[in-house]
Design a protein around this ligand. Structure first.
Ligand code: ZN
Length: 127
């Protein structure tokens, strides 16, 4: 959870997953370093690796749409046209953080956390 919410490397929880902190910098929204600057974990393990993040993004967007729906019923009243407009606005406004969190979730499914000691041992085994 820490590495997902902070957008950190899933292996060391220290290196940043993205080159820029601001997700709303659209030019750099998907720019990631090739490897983690701290533990040298490859950030692009295979071609097309992050296509799978689209499934995570879809699930998060559905959750957001349900949240908007429930919020409208609880706080106001339900109206289809207002719902379509508010939901579209919420999805467009929150697309950049959803995009990045989706990549972090997808990456965390395949790479698990290792303590600094465990990382040193596995680096020595490689050598
Ligand atoms: Zn790392």
């Amino acid at each position: 959870m820490y590495s997902i919410l902070k957008l950190k490397c899933p292996r060391c929880h220290e290196g940043n997953l993205f080159l820029t902190k601001n997700p709303y910098s659209y030019k750099n929204i998907d720019r990631m370093p090739d490897v983690c600057p701290v533990c040298e974990q490859k950030y692009w393990p295979e071609p097309g690796f992050f296509y799978g993040a689209m499934y995570v993004s879809y699930a998060l967007t559905i959750a957001l749409s349900v949240a908007v729906f429930v919020a409208m019923i609880v706080l106001w009243h339900f109206d289809v046209l207002w719902y379509l407009g508010l939901n579209a606005a919420a999805i467009i406004l929150l697309f950049p953080p959803i995009f990045r969190v989706s990549r972090a979730v997808w990456f965390n499914l395949f790479v698990s956390y290792k303590t600094p000691e465990e990382r040193t041992v596995s680096a020595q085994e490689k050598a």
